[in-house]
Design a protein around this ligand. Structure first.
Ligand SMILES: [Zn+2]
Length: 100
């Protein structure tokens, strides 16, 4: 057993936090790691929830993909670890149908 294992969840566990910022389900998106170039479903990211927010790391290289921190009445979102996120447009149309 490794002496430095950290408990993480998969990217799906970020759905609640990310839904505060995005109307679309980011966990259903594909994202490219800015560090190693791997393109993977966000749901496969390694998610760490030990801080006042969440940190998602690349499942391939463990580079930070996304950080979301709640501080008082603000949410800070850092996504510089991803080159892009790609989401299916049917999701956009579905979210437009939601009641306000
Ligand atoms: Zn990576």
């Amino acid at each position: 057993m490794s002496s430095h294992t950290y408990d993480y969840l998969d990217g799906n566990a970020a759905a609640g936090e990310l839904s505060k910022v995005f109307s679309m389900d980011v966990t259903a998106s594909q994202g490219q790691c800015a560090h190693c170039g791997a393109t993977r479903p966000f749901a496969e990211a390694h998610l760490y929830m030990l801080c006042p927010g969440v940190v998602a790391r690349c499942a391939v290289c463990e580079h930070v993909l996304l950080r979301l921190v709640n501080v008082r009445q603000r949410v800070f979102l850092d996504v510089r670890g991803m080159t892009y996120l790609s989401l299916d447009t049917p999701q956009l149309e579905a979210s437009n149908d939601l009641d306000p």
